[in-house]
Design a protein around this ligand. Structure first.
Ligand SMILES: [Zn+2]
Length: 624
C-alpha cells in the first residue's frame, strides 16, 4: 500500500532527470502534477507536461539517451504510458518466481505489451536502431573467433561492421552486465542496437550449433508428447478451452481459465504442422486437408477419466489455428445449493420455479456466462425416479445419470427440428431444449408448456427483460408467453477474489459515482481485492462466482406482456412488483461481501438503471 501511494505522488524518474538537467523547473512540475490529478488522471505526467508545452519530445529523448543506464525499464515504460502500474506490478511479481528471466522478457511473454510495441518503444525512446533479425543477416567476419556461449549468457548478438565499429544487438539494452559483457569483447568499439530477444537466441543457437541450451521436458520432443502435455495441463489447470495459434515465428498456446485467456507456452513455429496433424488424427479430421476449416470431436483419457473435447480447426495465413473445448468436466456439475444464489433468491427459485410442475424456465446470458452449468444444476435438482426428463442438446456437454439426453447431429440429419418433433411423443414430464435459437424451437417450448410439461431452456440475451422481449419478437402470441413462461433467469460469471492474496480496499469516489452512489450507499462492507500471487497466476482472482437476475413473472408483468409495454416499463414493473434484483445489484451484493470486485462488475455487467443502496439490496436478497 505504502509503495503504491509513494509512486503515485512522486514525479517519476524521467521527470526527476528533466529537473536535474535544468530542462524543467520544480514549480512547473508541481503545477503539472496538480493539473494531471484534477483534469487528466488517465494521462501520464510526461504527456501532461507536453500538453502544457513545458517540455517537448526531443528533450525527453535526450535525457533518456544520456541516462538510460540509471533507469529501470519497467518504470520507464510506466512513466511513458506504455504499461500500467498494475501490469508492471504483476510482471515484477512473476519475476519473483522466475528469477532467471529479465523483466522485459516477462512483460512480452505474458503479453502485457506485444513484442513489437516493446521493441519499438525502446528503440524510439532511447534512439537505438532496431534490427529485424528475420531479415538481417549476420556478417560472418564479425562473429569469427567470438565465444557464442558468452554472447548467449549476455543476450547480445554482433551483427555487422559500420564505419569501423561493430553493431551489437541487445535483448535488454538496460542490462549493465550485458553491456559490460560486450565491452569485454569489443572494448569501446561497438554501437548498441535492439532486437527481439527470441530472435537473438535463435540466431545464436544456429551459430553455436552443438552448444544449444537444454530445452525443457523430454517428451515434448514428439508431437504426441506435446499434444498430451498441452491437453493434460489444461485439464489440471481447470481450463475450459485451449487455443493453439501459429504465427510466423512461433506456435502459441493459451488456456482460457475463469473466462480469461492466459499464456501457457510458446513452441517453435515448426512444431505447428506436427501438432495439427496429431490433433487431426485424434479427432478423426482429414489430415491431408490444410486449406479448409474443419471440426471434430475426440475423447481424451486423463488420470483414468475420459473427457470429451470439441475441436475447431480454422485456417489462418500462418497455418491452422486450433481451438479445443473441454466438455463434460466431471467437477463441473455444481450442486444446486452451491451455484451462488443469495439465500432469499435461492429459496424463491426453488419454491416458485423449480418445484412447480409446468411452465417454461429460460436461462439467459452471453456465451461463457455459465448458462449450461446452471441448466444442468437445475436438471439434476429436479431429477427423480418418478419423472421422465428428455433433452435435445447441441451437443450433450455433461452426461447426467437417469435422464435421456440426445445430441443433435446435423451430419446424419438428426436435426434440432427433427428431434423436437419426436421428443414430445416420448411422454416426458420435463423437456430440456439446450438453446432456443429460432422461432420453431421457441414455439415448441411454449406449446409443450401449454400442454402441461415443464420446459427448461437457454437463450442468448443480455438480461432477463431482453429475454422476454426477444421471445415476444419471435412470432409467438403474447398471451402464450404470458401464460407459459414462469421465470427468466439472467446470469454472468465474475472472477472470484483470490483467497490467498486478498486484502481490503476502499472503492474510489469515481467508482461510486459510476454507480450513482453517495458516500454511505456502500454501507459498512469490507471490499476485497487480490494482490496477485503464484497460486492465482498473479491475476488476483481464482475461480468464478455466478451473478443472477431472476424475473419470476407475476400478474403485473404478465399484464405488461399482454399490452406489449416497452422494455423500460417491463423492467420498472418487475423491480417494483416482482422483487427483481438486477444483475448489477446482485453483483454489488457479492462485491460488498468481498467475493468479487467492482472492476469485475463494471467489466462484465450492463449498467441499465442506477442500483439501489447496498443495504436495500442485501435485505431483498436475505444477506446479513
Ligand atoms: Zn492470489
Amino acid at each position: 500500500m505504502g509503495i503504491m501511494e509513494k509512486q503515485q505522488n512522486e514525479p517519476g524518474e524521467i521527470v526527476s532527470l528533466l529537473l536535474k538537467e535544468g530542462l524543467l523547473t520544480k514549480e512547473k512540475a508541481l503545477y503539472a502534477m496538480r493539473v494531471k490529478s484534477k483534469l487528466a488522471p488517465d494521462k501520464t505526467l510526461i504527456d501532461t507536461l507536453k500538453d502544457l508545452k513545458y517540455i517537448n519530445e526531443n528533450q525527453v529523448k535526450k535525457v533518456l539517451r544520456a541516462n538510460h543506464l540509471s533507469l529501470r525499464i519497467g518504470d520507464l515504460l510506466v512513466e511513458l504510458g506504455y504499461l500500467t502500474r498494475e501490469k508492471l506490478n504483476a510482471a515484477l511479481n512473476i519475476q519473483k518466481t522466475q528469477k532467471d528471466k529479465r523483466i522485459g522478457q516477462i512483460i512480452v511473454e505474458n503479453q502485457f505489451m506485444s513484442e513489437n510495441v516493446f521493441i519499438d518503444a525502446l528503440s524510439v525512446q532511447l534512439g537505438f536502431p532496431f534490427i529485424d533479425l528475420s531479415i538481417e543477416d549476420v556478417d560472418s567476419s564479425v562473429i569469427e573467433n567470438i565465444p557464442i556461449k558468452w554472447c548467449m549468457a549476455n543476450s547480445f548478438l554482433p551483427v555487422k561492421k559500420i564505419k569501423g565499429k561493430i553493431l551489437v544487438a541487445f535483448a535488454d539494452p538496460f542490462s549493465k552486465t550485458d553491456i559490460q559483457g560486450a565491452r569485454k569483447l569489443f572494448g569501446k568499439n561497438f554501437v548498441m542496437a535492439i532486437a527481439a530477444p527470441n530472435m537473438i537466441e535463435k540466431k545464436l543457437e544456429k551459430l553455436g550449433s552443438g552448444s544449444v541450451r537444454p530445452k525443457s521436458v523430454v517428451d515434448e520432443n514428439t508431437a504426441i508428447g506435446i499434444v498430451e502435455t498441452i491437453i493434460g495441463n489444461a485439464i489440471d489447470q481447470g481450463a475450459s478451452d485451449i487455443h493453439i495459434e501459429p504465427f510466423e515465428e512461433k506456435l502459441q498456446v493459451r488456456y482460457r481459465i475463469d473466462g480469461i485467456l492466459v499464456p501457457y507456452k510458446m513452441f517453435p513455429a515448426n512444431a505447428a504442422t506436427m501438432v495439427a496433424s496429431r490433433i487431426k488424427i485424434l479427432c478423426k479430421a482429414n489430415i491431408a486437408e490444410k486449406r479448409r476449416h474443419q471440426d471434430g470431436r475426440m475423447t481424451f483419457e486423463h488420470k483414468g477419466n475420459p473427457l470429451d473435447l470439441r475441436i475447431s480447426i480454422f485456417v489462418t495465413v500462418f497455418g491452422e489455428k486450433i481451438v479445443l473445448r473441454i466438455l463434460n468436466r466431471i467437477d463441473q456439475i455444481i450442486k444446486f445449493d452451491q451455484i451462488g444464489m443469495q439465500p432469499k433468491m435461492l429459496e424463491r427459485f426453488k419454491r416458485d420455479v423449480l418445484n412447480v410442475p409446468s411452465g417454461v424456465l429460460i436461462i439467459t446470458g452471453p456465451t461463457g456466462s455459465g448458462k449450461t452449468t446452471t441448466l444442468y444444476s437445475c436438471v439434476s435438482e429436479i431429477s427423480n425416479p418418478q419423472i421422465s426428463i428428455v433433452t435435445a442438446e447441441d451437443p450433450v456437454e455433461y452426461v447426467v445419470e437417469g435422464i435421456s439426453q440426445c445430441s443433435i447431429d446435423a451430419g446424419i440429419n438428426r436435426t434440432f427440428e427433427e428431434t423436437l418433433r419426436h421428443i414430445v411423443r416420448q411422454d416426458p414430464d420435463v423437456i430440456v431444449i439446450g438453446e432456443v435459437r429460432d422461432n420453431y424451437s421457441a414455439g415448441v417450448a411454449v406449446h409443450a408448456a401449454l400442454t402441461g410439461h415443464k420446459v427448461l431452456t437457454s437463450f442468448h440475451t443480455e438480461d432477463s427483460i431482453s429475454g422476454l422481449i426477444r421471445l415476444m419478437n419471435m412470432e409467438i402470441e403474447a398471451f402464450l408467453i404470458s401464460s407459459t413462461v414462469t421465470c427468466v433467469l439472467a446470469q454472468r460469471l465474475l472472477r472470484r477474489v483470490c483467497p490467498h492474496c486478498q486484502q481490503p480496499y476502499k472503492p474510489s469516489s469515481a467508482d461510486l459515482k459510476l454507480l450513482g452512489y453517495g458516500p454511505d450507499d456502500m454501507g459498512k462492507s469490507t471490499l476485497m481485492k487480490g494482490r496477485g500471487c503464484p497460486i492465482c497466476n498473479h491475476t488476483g482472482y481464482k475461480g468464478r462466482v455466478a451473478i443472477y437476475e431472476m424475473l419470476v413473472l407475476n400478474e403485473f408483468v404478465r399484464e405488461a406482456i399482454l399490452t406489449s409495454r416497452s422494455s423500460y416499463d417491463l423492467r420498472k414493473i418487475s423491480i417494483e412488483t416482482a422483487g427483481l434484483v438486477t444483475l448489477m445489484e446482485d453483483a454489488l451484493s457479492k462485491v460488498s461481501s468481498g467475493i468479487t470486485t467492482l472492476e469485475e462488475a463494471f467489466r462484465c455487467i450492463p449498467r441499465l438503471l442506477a442500483p439501489r443502496p447496498i443495504q436495500e439490496i442485501n435485505r431483498l436478497l436475505g444477506v446479513s
